[in-house]
Design a protein around this ligand. Structure first.
Ligand code: SF4
Length: 476
């Protein structure tokens, strides 16, 4: 089952396991190329895309600056609509509140539509611990659940690491005898989920956005399962991160333009559902009771910190779809339900540097994530900020690392030491290199061991740049 952060395995172990898995690599590569290509077409079609991004970023910033006001407005209006509002400071408190709702309704089972915040607070464990039957209904999440709660590897496409053959094998454990054709397997999944929809006591959804001046919550799905979860069970629970608000429907429309294009590379989504309180007397569908649990879980702290802009995130996944590191190490290597660049920034803020100090280093700092983020989060700058905090504020770098950078600093500040150092290094490299002047990977040089595990290193040129530069200056 997915947990916020995997502490059983070190970052290095997770990366090694992921790198060794060729199948996962190819799956991620194909998916990245597909999503990135589709997104590019949609973005090109919008003439003023950059203006859209600027507007979306300022809407998100405005909400964050006035979050107390908008939370209050949202809660008041949602209550007027008939919803019951709960505020939860921590993940545990949120889970406790949800379990209480189940008890008060004597509920025994639930159907869930995909929600990242439910993974973040790990609601599944809390519910199953008290004997509630939990059923995911998003197709990818169903596959992962049936595969003994295999953890997700992408925030939008959680089963990205499995292909049709793997899925056929998983389904066959539950009586499926058909082929590996997606349409046939989807039919099987539909039959399986439909029974769960009809018998579930409670529906749990996340919330892409809450609109403050109407008190409504919105979810976006591609399969229509969200709509079944919000209409069939007698009780509905919406789990909402406290930052997921927009002031009004006009700002919601801006966010939707960006969210759908950035996440799946489409103009519009298949299903866009609005919940406006429980069923009214003259309505045919909808729950008898609607509960909205507004979750802090570290967000107030982020709001007050230099990482506030991370709360603009609309969980579109565009930064994952462009990241060369995510492509190489794949989602599971991050060990977090939030992988990729957004996860490398967010996870240490949620679980602390002590547990996740390696994640900000899982980046080349190329800045592609920042360029692709629809709400202009300066992701690569935030990653650098984390690194600065880890080294300078938390003093968490190792003694070897400190000595290496101390020596590098000393030699870069004194040209005679630098000259001597490069001469010695060039000779040492020559001794270790092949005839064709390349140090081949898998060299077991203590300090460079990890670096050399997957890289060849050509020898340094005999002519130094500064000599080359002097020579060319003279020629000019
Ligand atoms: S950080 Fe930006 S690009 Fe990444 S998921 Fe969040 S909104 Fe999307």
């Amino acid at each position: 089952m997915a947990i916020l952060y995997d502490q059983k395995h070190s970052f290095k172990e997770r990366v090694q396991t992921s790198i060794a898995d060729d199948f996962k690599h190819n799956a991620i590569k194909t998916a990245q190329d597909l999503f990135h290509g589709k997104r590019a077409i949609q973005v090109e079609a919008v003439e003023d895309w950059q203006d859209f991004r600027t507007e979306a970023a300022s809407i998100r910033d405005h909400v964050l600056e006035n979050l107390d006001y908008y939370l209050n407005q949202f809660a008041t209006n949602a209550e007027k609509n008939g919803a019951k509002i709960h505020f939860a400071k921590t993940d545990k408190e949120a889970c406790r509140q949800v379990v209480e709702i189940f008890k008060s309704r004597q509920a025994k089972s639930t159907v869930k539509s995909k929600t990242m915040v439910s993974e973040e607070i790990d609601i599944n464990h809390s519910l199953m611990d008290v004997g509630i039957e939990v059923n995911e209904t998003d197709l990818a999440e169903v596959i992962l659940q049936l595969d003994d709660w295999n953890p997700p590897s992408h925030i939008v496409v959680p089963a990205l690491h499995l292909d049709r053959f793997a899925i056929q094998k998983i389904f066959s454990r539950y009586g499926y005898t058909g082929s590996e054709e997606p349409a046939e397997m989807t039919r099987f999944a539909r039959q399986y989920i439909r029974k769960k929809f009809l018998s579930a006591d409670v529906g749990i959804t996340g919330c892409n956005f809450g609109v403050a001046d109407t008190g409504s919550t919105f979810i976006v799905t591609n399969e229509g399962n969200g709509r079944m979860v919000t209409t069939l069970p007698k009780t509905q629970i919406v789990l909402m991160g406290m930052e997921r608000l927009v002031p009004d429907l006009a700002s919601l429309s801006v966010m939707m333009e960006l969210l759908i294009r950035s996440s799946v590379g489409s103009k519009i989504t298949s299903y866009f559902s609005m919940t406006n309180g429980p069923r009214k007397a003259d309505e045919m569908d909808g729950p008898e009771e609607l509960h909205i649990v507004i979750i802090d879980n570290g967000r107030s702290k982020i709001l007050k910190s230099e990482f506030r802009s991370m709360l603009r995130c609309i969980r579109c996944g565009a930064c994952l779809n462009i990241c060369p590191v995510y492509r190489h190490i794949t989602g599971h290597a991050y060990g977090s339900i939030y992988p990729g660049p957004m996860g490398a920034v967010l996870t240490p803020l949620l679980v602390g540097y002590k547990k996740a100090k390696d994640l900000p280093y899982a980046s080349t700092l190329c800045g592609a994530c920042t360029d692709h983020c629809p709400v202009k989060i300066p992701l690569h700058e935030l990653l650098l900020k984390h690194r600065e905090n880890i080294v300078e504020r938390e003093r968490m770098s190792s003694t070897i690392e400190k000595s290496i950078f101390g020596m590098a600093g000393m030699s870069l500040a004194r040209h005679h030491i630098y000259n001597l150092g490069t001469k010695v290094a060039a000779r040492a490299m020559k001794l270790l290199a092949d005839k064709d002047e390349i140090m081949r990977k898998n060299h077991h040089i203590p300090i460079l061991k990890n670096w050399m595990q997957s890289r060849d290193l050509p020898l340094m040129k005999k002519e130094k740049f500064r000599d080359w530069f002097k020579k060319h200056q003279k020629e000019e």
